[in-house]
Design a binder for this molecule. Sequence first.
Ligand code: G2I
Length: 513
Amino acid sequence: MDLVMRRSGGRLAGPCALLAGALALGTALLGGPAVAASPETTLHELASAQGRYFGSATDNSELTDTAYTAVLGSEFGQITPGNSMKWDTTEPVQGQFKFAKGDVITDFGRQHGQSVRGHTLVWHSQLPSWVGALPPEQVEPAMVNHITEVATHYRGAVTAWDVVNEPFNEDGTYRTSPFHTAMGSDYIATALRAAHAADPEAKLYLNDYNIEGLGAKSDAMYALVTELLAEGVPLDGVGMQAHLAVQYGFPYEMRANMQRFADLGLDVAVTELDVRMQLPADATKLATQSSYYQRVVEACLAVERCVGVTVWDWTDKYSWVPSTFPGQGAANLYDENLLPKPALAAVRTALGAEDDDGEGEGDGATLKAQYRTNDSATGDNQIKPGLQLVNTGSTAVSLQDVTVRYWFTGENGASTYSTWCDWSPLGCSAVTSRVAAWNPAAAGADHYLEAGFRSGSLAPGASTGEIQLRLNKTDWSRFDESDDYSHSGATSYADAAKVAVYVGGELVWGIEP
Ligand code: G2I
């Protein structure tokens, strides 16, 4: 299969990035600067050109994997330790601090010119049991001491801290933790003040998940940070983790939500982006995943105070998802073999990567195809796909530049076709259709039905509404649709990755057979 990625150059990202990473590692080992000698612009270079960083989580156990570190060291300009700066690692026994693992991460960052996000000083999870066993009056001094020791140790090596992680429940009430129990919500201001005292240079963040969109939980974070700022508590930003899932939809009004925090004078960072799905992955889920990654990056770029995006590791090989959500996974930009997935190219596109062909007609166009069958008989002499296009981007798309392809097999009989538009709210006079041969033929695909438009424009968020297409062979011989590439039995409209959309002849949605 020729992946959608052709347009952005992401198709080559895996091998090139691996090669570039190997080169980078090579120069690093030789003592030279660890600059990626990539023939292709890296994710971080693309983000930097937009005044942002592009980063990844990582973990100590992963750093022995040289194919992994080659990409980590070259594609990303920022790293976050997934575990090694958490309380259970840094102070497993009260007063005994252990920085060896975190130091390995900051050393890696230094060697590769990457900034390091400290994660995390105060969190209810991965908290050694001794903290919860303290009498309430000893919790505050223990917390302040922990913050002071850890933030002082990493002064200069860590540029931003998730000072408090995940303070809220889903309904916006405060989460129970030893800190909240002992100090009420004041623990947050106390933690921020202690972190600022230990490292006045570090950017201090509150970080949480499910605060990416407007809703009760982000409202609670908004109310909290408004109060903290009014009280003069040192706070620089809000971290939105962004652990998304294709089955739960995209966060509601993410850009507007980021903007309201920015309008308070705070930075915003996407700190732990991944997009999981129910396994097995398929083309449709991967296409939805791509659009989510793309939309997160677009939201960040649309908000001036959004400083960057960090993925919660870049390969499915080291994802936290399968062990936490059994049956789910495939959440990252690269697969378990470190090969790029469609989402990588979507991110590169969102970051403004040049097209391979240099023409760039489809730049910025984010259309998706939805499909249902209008024909329950898969063995008769007609094929009746229902198609509709949705503009998921933020700019209008001129439909005259757009074509859609639906692949099928012609079987025996005539190789000439008639095509019809039976109905569309656009008016069938605005719709063109034709059948063409697909060469070389692939499984389920030796021909395709191509629809186009004579006029019209699709506003951001708008749908064309359904276009009821129909085709037959001129000798009216039968088809067997059951194995056709683009066919599915779906009787209501759903995102369809096996239906492709092109703008100016350039693939912007879907996977060709
Ligand atoms: O759960 C995903 C993330 C949600 N936001 C806060 C992050 O700190 C959190 O990261 C994950 C790590 O990626 C996982 O690697 O936090 C998990 C624990 O809450 C981490 O998982 C733990 C396993 O549960 C342990 O069994 C394991 O020993 O990782 C540890 C180190 O590999």
